[in-house]
Write a protein that binds this ligand. Structure first.
Ligand code: GLN
Length: 482
């Protein structure tokens, strides 16, 4: 499989045509997409027009940009002008956004070619992509397993070679966990680094858009293309964004790495995953890093705090889907009945569960006990991370407690499903960046991901360490060139 960087270089130099590259990728999609189901919608016509435009620019001596001719896939909660954006929910049936998300515009301006919108858990609530209204995605590495979620379609599209890079969103792990389960690289940037304008909101204080790629350097390139201030998102950070690519390949000599004790030994972390984490830590030590175990005590409460804060914000964000302004409308005798019938028919069971949890957590009399308390826990987590980063440049943990599980294994028990995110949630609560890098396989031969965490705006050192891990990884599970 060729890297996104080599595609863009060849296209910019006029050695390869973007149209030909697109057709190669579409042929791969035609062959295996029926089994994998990574996409909720293919946008071949748009892709062909974009690719032709890129070739036209090259022919007339213009530079189409750093992603010239690179096929990309977009999680189906990123608004695309005039193109259905469903969040894989029935409630958005027929809705076509009147504008592009900022990241979608930035990709187009960089010369990327949009192949399609990817399947996901409805409104990004889930860890397996089984909660999609359009049916599940399967893991390209083993079709009997889930790809993880909620951005399972984007992870699978990269793992299957349908596209060299894709965008997802991560509220509690939805980029990193599917990246780990599919054996690709996936990063959640610092909160505010990437504009959320045009991202359909799940939990606004946690959501971030981020890259998937088959290798660390491509993921860093994609992040650099989408990051940076945006006047359309009031939470977007001002100033020059850190470069994800600045220190790739510089090794880790002298860097201080802390393995988070509470996550390495978290509930449900499988022995084969723990072994790979230790091996990753040893590899960094061999490469010259100072590796130690470190305690970040409050992360133990991350999952509990998240399952109050995220549903609380979701219950408020999803109130706008009422059958009046967007998508589906089930008519009742009056307005209230119309709201109720639309929401009853349009939302799936997991979304309803979150709305009920969130509404309860915010209700009068319970607000302080649940939502208020969870916010205090969030502050403790931020403080404990601050303390850890006094003695460490980056932190290490498993990404997912296990390798990819079988389809149907966790759908009957929401709590077991929620535990999939025990290691990824703390970075969302703190607003810090984190990336999952493939590091060998588990006992079942399926990919294991190791998570590298960094302080806010620490993307440069985070990707530096990620690249060193990729270099040292025991088996090529990324399917990509280095
Ligand atoms: N699996 C987590 C949840 O269901 C995280 C989802 C996400 O990051 N969007 O809430």
């Amino acid at each position: 499989m060729t890297t996104a960087r080599s595609i863009a270089e060849a296209v910019r130099r006029g050695e390869r045509s973007a149209v030909a590259i697109l057709e190669e990728h579409l042929a791969r999609v035609a062959q295996t997409e029926p089994q994998v189901h990574a996409f909720s919608l293919l946008t071949e016509d748009l892709a062909r027009a974009q690719a032709a435009q890129v070739d036209h620019m090259v022919a007339s001596g213009e530079d189409p940009g750093p992603l010239a001719g690179v096929p990309v896939a977009l999680k189906d909660l990123l608004c695309t002008r005039g193109i259905p954006t469903t969040c894989c929910s029935r409630i958005l049936e027929g809705w076509r956004p009147p504008y592009d998300a900022t990241v979608v515009r930035r990709l187009a301006e960089a010369g990327a070619v949009t192949v399609g919108k990817t399947n996901m858990d409805e409104f990004a609530m889930g860890s397996s992509t089984e909660h999609s209204a359009f049916g599940p995605t399967r893991n390209p590495r083993d079709l009997s397993r889930v790809p993880g979620g909620s951005s399972g379609g984007s992870a699978a599209a990269v793992a299957a070679g349908f596209v060299p890079m894709a965008l997802g969103s991560d509220t509690g792990g939805s980029i990193r966990q599917p990246a780990a389960l599919c054996g690709v690289v996936g990063a959640k940037p610092t909160y505010g680094l990437v504009s959320r304008y045009g991202l359909v909101a799940f939990a606004s204080s946690l959501d971030q858009i981020g890259p998937f790629a088959a290798n660390v350097a491509d993921a860093a390139l994609l992040l650099d293309v989408i990051s940076g201030p945006d006047g359309a998102d009031s939470t977007s950070l001002p100033g020059e964004p850190p470069s994800a690519r600045a220190k790739l390949g510089q090794g880790v000599d002298g860097l201080r790495v802390g393995v988070i004790a509470e996550l390495a030994g978290a509930e449900g972390v499988a022995p084969d995953v723990a072994r790979r984490l230790n091996q990753a830590a040893d590899a960094l030590a061999t490469a010259g890093a100072k590796v130690e175990e470190i305690s970040v005590p409050a992360v133990r409460f991350g999952l509990s705090a998240y399952y109050l804060i995220a549903p609380a914000e979701a219950s408020s964000n999803l109130a706008r889907f009422d059958g009046v302004r967007y998508g589906l409308r089930e008519r009742g005798n009056d307005m209230t009945e119309t709201y109720m019938a639309t929401r009853a028919a349009g939302f799936g069971p997991e979304v309803k569960r979150r709305i009920m949890l969130g509404t309860y957590a915010l209700s009068a009399g319970y607000y302080e006990a649940y939502y208020g308390k969870a916010q205090k826990v969030r502050t403790l987590i931020i403080r404990d991370f601050e303390e850890a980063y006094r003695s460490c440049d980056v932190l290490l943990s498993p990404t997912s407690p296990t390798t990819a599980f079988a389809l149907g294994a966790k759908t009957a028990d929401p709590l077991t499903m929620y535990l999939s995110d025990v290691c990824t949630i703390p970075a969302n609560l703190a607003g810090h960046p984190a990336v999952s890098v493939p590091f060998g396989t588990g006992d079942d031969g399926l990919p294991v991901g190791v998570q590298v965490l960094a302080p806010a705006l620490g993307e440069t050192v985070m990707f530096q360490v990620a690249a060193a891990l990729e270099e040292a990884a025991p088996a090529v599970t990324t399917g990509g060139e280095r």
